[in-house]
Design a protein around this ligand. Sequence first.
Ligand code: CP
Ligand code: NVA
Length: 303
Amino acid sequence: MAVKHFLTVPDLSKDEFEHVLQQAAAWKRQPYGGVLAGKTVALVFGKPSTRTRVSFSVGVYQLGGLPLTLSEQELQIRTSESIEDTARVLSRYVNAIVIRTFAKKDVEDLAAAASVPVINALTDEDHPCQALTDIFTFREHFPDTGRKITYLGDGNNVAASLSEAAALAGIDICLAVPEGCDLPKVKMDSIAMLSESCGTKFWVERDPEAAAAGASALYTDVWISMGQTDDSAKVERLLPFRLDGRLLARALPEALVMHCLPAHRGEEITDEVMDGPQSVVFDQAENRLHAQKALMAYILGGR
Ligand code: CP
Ligand code: NVA
């Protein structure tokens, strides 16, 4: 049987996605289980991480397995050994590889050479584990259909995966991004196709107030992602897209404030909304644990 990787959200079918979300709720109610008993999961980080690192480590432990956290700097990867050879070697020791790094292509190369499942814990292009969690969190508040999420800010990895996950979940998504901050065209096209096949709406709106109107959640992320250099012209363009009280007032009264964290308070989001009653940002952080356990239990434990 082919190894099941999770490199982007659509690596799960709609049914698999729903299954994982349901199981996440079960793991949230009952955190411990032996699904990974006797199994080791390598957690490889080429970029900093708080939530992903800790939620995967604790999650593997709670499922009865051993998490092995490694930084790329400590490994021979790239410097003395190719990504492919690293994948072949790690596959002889561990039962899965979770990796956060820069280029999507590196994770694809790793997965192609690995004989164990590979889970993408963020690349420059995608953040699928975050998106799984975000939809889980959204559904905790809005299990009904016919809703819209508005993402405000930079067209980045989080925006891409959130858009794919929203489509699979039957949620419309509006990307409120200024010109010059769009997702790459190839990603826009693939999300548009996915969204069409799922019967959801996916579109870009240049006016942040129009984008926020009628939304059930306003979501934002940092304007300069890890690995990008500071760009004051980009920040200038993004200023009208800051998630603040003025934009939140345009959304539905029950709308959620969402952010994957870490947040640059005062830049893409104000303290007022991040610390306000509509904010679920710390629930999102907690839910990384539950959603990733469900993902690992499905991919590695067949449940
Ligand atoms: N949201 C998220 O992935 O956070 P970390 O970078 O802290 O893992
Ligand atoms: N877009 C951000 C997400 C961090 C979790 C980054 O890539 O730095």
